[in-house]
Write a protein that binds this ligand. Sequence first.
Ligand code: MG
Length: 237
Amino acid sequence: MKQLNLENYKGIIFDLDGVIYDITGAIKKSVEDTVEKYKLNVDKNEIMQEIAHLIEDLQNYPVPEIILNSYNLLKINFMEGMSYFKKLRIGIYLFTQFNKYKDAESTLFKGMDNLIEYLSKRKIKLAILTNNKSTYAEEVLQKYNLNKYFNYIVGFNDVSETKPNPEGIFLILKRWKMKPKDVIFIGDMTSDVDAGKTSKVMMICVASGLAQKEDLQNHNPDILVDNTEELIKLFHQ
Ligand SMILES: [Mg+2]
């Protein structure tokens, strides 16, 4: 098992969903409902990542923009060949089901609160970089009393380009006055891996359920772990 020497780092940037906050339950249930309702002949695990991205987009954009961009937003592999209106019905149903499950099904990954507290005690600077709204991240962290550990939260509203663009990472490096080699970025999607690799920070990827491990591996993270339990072990508390 690989281990990290914390002495070599001054800051850690966390993605929120899929790393600290577990929304996989809500996404899986909404996918299951949709597959059943529309009798879709798909591999649920394969479409999970696409759906996670779609849900992220839908959470980010204001409604008029979603309506205007719906044609492009719904250009999704597993819906190829369907009529635009069928895609729209499926997309709306998915998002409705996700919102229904989101609060009840989502929770912190076990032990992540302890890890965050531990890193903060070790004087490591902590930030969040999410493609969601920064206020969403604030609300989630506040719910678990974790906001005090993060001195910088960057959401899609704080950058002109979201991940996979590394703009958000560079913004945090600048605020912290740190070099890429001083910083670790932890994410769970290929877009995170690409942002981390481009910015040349230490990129740790957690295959926590939404993206396929093989897919993540193909994007070459510096370290790839199977779940948050393995992630926590990397820091050897
Ligand atoms: Mg994520």
